[in-house]
Write a protein that binds this ligand. Structure first.
Ligand SMILES: *Cc1c(COP(=O)(O)O)cnc(C)c1O
Length: 485
């Protein structure tokens, strides 16, 4: 185990020393008021510069990341983020931008470049999705969902319509019902049919005049293209119901199909899954939301506009807007990376990225289909959903055991036990950025574990053995919590 930095502390050890203050400096023009001065020095670790460097470098090496390893976490799209996007985001004129900088002062266009990035990003996203306008302000996919549901609520309200429910497939990501509920809606779950599509009959039965929206993920969280999507859209629209597109999986079809053409009215994108921005461990992120013409007036303030003379501005004068979702320019640095990624790949490049994501997932599906149950075994999109149901039944080996075994094999486990409707689910998303050699190494490791499940299931009990902490009791930490440093 790596000791805490406090445990490295040696009394009197220093990384650097400051010259003593002179009497004049202590009395200087801005003396610190006595009430702000501590009586004793704070209890900080006393370490040398080398101690600090070694400590934090070692800690950083404990990280498991896309930069070091294959990370096939289904639904999360842990793809490589090109360094080019980081370089663009680090350019002085962007990185040094202050949110309160005036847009124009004395004829100087202080933030025109940044505003143009945002404006043009919106244009590119319109083209990619078939929408009429975007807000780039939401700070995550889930935040985009909430924004989208508030937009849908505003749209219905403006028409004097008081619909109260939202239909969501039972395979959906948990953020969907959570976001709809935060926007004030009641949730109605829709079933999945034997092919993994939304169950059409169940959908028709649950759609009522009270249904404000349907939230769909396409491709679905089962990794499948929703083949009824046009029919669902027509039925919903005939009912006055809007269609919400959870775009977390747009990376599987960008450049091939556009949500706007499929009938969706509101979309959010996860730029960290579809475009090349980092997953931020909770932030900062971005979840831009696009809408059809009829919902434009409700978009959050401010919106970037371009006037006839080519100047860009932030427009706050939006009387029908749902209001503030995030201040200033949103997470500008994140959108800038997404913009760089779109320009870098271009239209054809984005389509190729989607094609490779689908090809890689299908390659793994075919390599693994003999050894594992595949609940919906048809051509998949960007991820393949396996089940450890067979192994669980015969030798008691579960998806969790395969996940632990993969850690010892040097791989991040796939997403397990999601979607909830699949028994012993293992959802594998290789992404487009991995080579065939990496995919083969991963498939070989999983096939080895499948054989082990037959020949020596007891061997799983101690996995993982290569980590600082081995198999933990999954519930004890929550049931009998001991918090201490
Ligand atoms: C990741 C994901 C979300 C949530 O997005 P965040 O950016 O993590 O908030 C929503 N829906 C689906 C299908 C997802 O995969």
């Amino acid at each position: 185990m790596i000791p805490l930095i406090f445990e490295r502390s040696v009394s009197g050890r220093r990384a650097l020393t400051f010259p003593r203050l002179t009497e004049a400096e202590r009395e200087g023009p801005l003396p610190l008021p006595a009430e702000y001065c501590a009586d004793e020095a704070p209890d900080l670790p006393e370490v040398s510069e080398l101690d600090v460097i070694r400590h934090y470098t070692r800690l950083s090496q404990q990280n498991y990341s896309v930069d070091t390893h294959f990370y096939p976490l289904g639904s999360c799209t842990m793809k490589y983020n090109p360094r080019l996007c980081e370089k663009v985001a680090a350019l002085d004129g962007f990185a040094g931008l202050h949110p309160l900088l005036p847009q124009l002062r004395g004829g100087a266009a202080l933030t025109q470049g940044a505003l143009e990035v945002l404006w043009h990003s919106g244009e590119l996203l319109n083209e990619l999705t078939g929408m009429a306008g975007f807000t780039l302000q939401p700070m995550a996919g889930a935040h985009g969902e909430l924004t989208g549901m508030l937009l849908i609520a505003a749209y219905h309200r403006a028409r004097g319509d008081t619909r109260r429910t939202v239909l969501i497939p039972d395979s959906a990501h948990g953020t969907n019902p959570a976001s709809a509920a935060m926007a004030g809606y009641s949730i109605v779950a829709v079933g999945t049919d034997a092919d993994g599509n939304v169950d059409l009959d169940d959908f028709k039965a649950r759609l009522t005049p009270d249904t404000a929206a349907v939230m769909l993920t396409c491709p679905s969280t089962l990794g499948l293209f929703e083949t009824h999507v046009r029919e669902l859209a027509d039925i919903a629209h005939a009912n006055g119901t809007l269609l919400y597109y959870d775009g977390a999986n747009l990376n599987a079809m960008m450049g091939r199909a556009r949500p706007g053409d499929l009938g969706f009215d509101v979309v959010h994108l996860n730029v960290h899954k579809t475009l090349g921005t980092p997953h931020g461990g909770g932030g900062p992120g971005a979840g831009p939301v696009g809408v059809r013409e009829a919902l434009l007036p409700f978009l959050p303030a401010p919106i970037v506009t371009r006037s006839a003379d080519g100047t860009f501005a932030l427009d706050y004068d939006r009387p029908q807007s749902i209001g503030y979702i995030a201040p200033f320019y949103g997470n500008f640095g994140v959108m800038l990376r997404a913009y760089a990624y779109m320009l870098h790949l271009g239209g054809n490049g984005l389509r190729e990225a989607a094609d490779h994501a689908v090809l890689n997932a299908n390659y793994l599906r075919v390599r693994l289909q003999e050894a594992f149950d595949i609940p919906y075994n048809r051509i998949c999109m960007h991820e393949v959903l396996l089940s450890a149901g067979r192994q669980h039944k015969t030798g008691g080996i579960r998806a969790l055991d395969f996940a632990k075994g993969l850690i010892d094999a040097g791989f991040h486990p796939p997403t397990i036990y999601f979607p909830l409707i699949v028994h012993e689910a293992m959802m594998i998303e290789p992404t487009e950025t991995e080579s065939k050699a990496t995919l083969d190494a991963f498939a070989d490791a999983l096939l080895r574990l499948a054989r082990l499940a037959e020949t020596d299931p007891g061997a799983f009990a101690t996995m993982p053995e290569s980590t600082h902490i081995s198999r933990v009791d999954e519930t004890r930490a929550a049931r009998s919590m001991v918090l201490k440093a």
